[in-house]
Design a protein around this ligand. Sequence first.
Ligand SMILES: CC(C)(COP(=O)(O)OP(=O)(O)OC[C@H]1O[C@@H](n2cnc3c(N)ncnc32)[C@H](O)[C@@H]1OP(=O)(O)O)[C@@H](O)C(=O)NCCC(=O)NCCS
Length: 165
Amino acid sequence: MNYYAYRMLRKCQESDIEAIYEIYFHPEVNPFMNMKKMSLSDFQDYWAKRMLNEQIYVQVDGNNVVGMICTKREENRCAGTATISSFAIHPDYQGQHLGAQALAEAVSILQNQGVTRVQLIVEEDNSNARAFYKHQCFEEEGVLRNYFNREGQIVNEIIMAKLLN
Ligand SMILES: CC(C)(COP(=O)(O)OP(=O)(O)OC[C@H]1O[C@@H](n2cnc3c(N)ncnc32)[C@H](O)[C@@H]1OP(=O)(O)O)[C@@H](O)C(=O)NCCC(=O)NCCS
């Protein structure tokens, strides 16, 4: 059996939330997530609400949840646009093409739903993610100044997008 057959994106289930919590609050990941440290039980409530309103997938490696990607369709006249609202791969699994695989599959699902623009914001000082997204053909469109407050450190956000045609 091909080892890589065990690496796939699937829909998030409530039983995945603890593993997502571990990724979200990993010290190398959390500076780039829009969420201060909270208890697991508060996070479970928060994530369960997000699961109602967003399309959330987990990247698995065998039985391990090693990443998550969340997308949200915009509404009405902006319905052709979807936003990637959270995305991370556990640091132990980064650099193994799992992020590229997860992003490509999530974008493909959106494209099949009629989405023609996928956008996201990324902190200006997140040079790894900015390079990664450029590699995946996302383009930087502008700067949202002073958008993000990392415990007192004010950071610009870069808006990036990929058009699907
Ligand atoms: C950004 C992130 C999701 C990338 O996931 P990953 O699994 O490490 O990336 P991959 O291994 O799939 O990389 C795919 C390609 O992007 C390239 N890439 C990744 N990081 C890069 C970097 N820092 N500089 C240049 N290229 C990079 C890889 O070289 C690879 O290229 P190749 O296909 O030519 O070999 C991951 O680093 C992460 O979770 N970071 C912390 C959380 C975060 O910043 N999330 C984004 C919030 S907006």
